[in-house]
Design a protein around this ligand. Sequence first.
Ligand SMILES: O=C(O)c1ccccc1NCC(=O)[C@H](O)[C@H](O)COP(=O)(O)O
Length: 271
Amino acid sequence: MDASEESLAPAVQSILTAAKQRAGGTSRCSVDATSFQSAISATEAAGQTPVIAEIKPTSPTTDGKRDDDPVALASAMVEGGATALSVLTEPEHFGGSVETLAQIRNVVEVPILRKDFIVHESQLDAVAADMILLIARFLDRPETDSLEELYNVAQNRGFQPLVEVHTRDELERAIEIGASIIGVNNRDLGRLAVTLQTFEQLAPHVPDDVTLIAESGIKTIEHVQQMRAAGADALLIGTAIMHGDVQTNTRRFTTVTDTDIQDTTTETHTS
Ligand SMILES: O=C(O)c1ccccc1NCC(=O)[C@H](O)[C@H](O)COP(=O)(O)O
């Protein structure tokens, strides 16, 4: 463990340690990606709210595990109007797999984000995905690649990298390397606490030409309205969609309108 990892929650330390050791694929992977920005434009043109619905069988902050067929869940989310899907491929802490992502990508047409803790270029070879997550906090550390190099390599291979940030410093790093898709994670990976204020505080510092995503802690229609009012081009929603009927849950969020913001109060919770 390096000194900076001491500030991480034990579950996150364990995720990062596993990520550093995880092998990549056996042959070089490059992709012909479905455009995320075009998918957002199509959703907006249809008068709907762009939602990245997440297939998240379990997580360190979730009780139990959802075992139903992830391909069926993915299709139901698309039926519910999802603009894109986020598929957890981390096996040990989130119950995901790269095989599942490949199966889902074969049957749906929306862009697929590979949600994982990618810290080495070789891990890009594990599976083709339209988008990959690069978490600023986990890169430029001992035993991990540089954010800038990994971003450039991923782009050159055809992936659309989503650079995830949680602090102003991480945001500045993402802007410096020219990231065109940035996600602000409302979940602090140090304490695992969630507050939607994180997005509200960072969004004004994001250039207009960046596609901006609000991630984590979005559970209600009011939260969607709050994040849209603060500048989110799209919302990444996992837990609130995975609990119950995923098609109905997705539909509830994709049909939110930006008007009538009823509750802009912020809340802090761990979940
Ligand atoms: O969700 C967790 O418990 C978690 C724990 C440790 C590291 C990352 C974690 N989540 C990753 C995510 O970014 C979320 O899955 C995603 O943003 C969706 O969040 P939510 O809608 O709150 O499930």
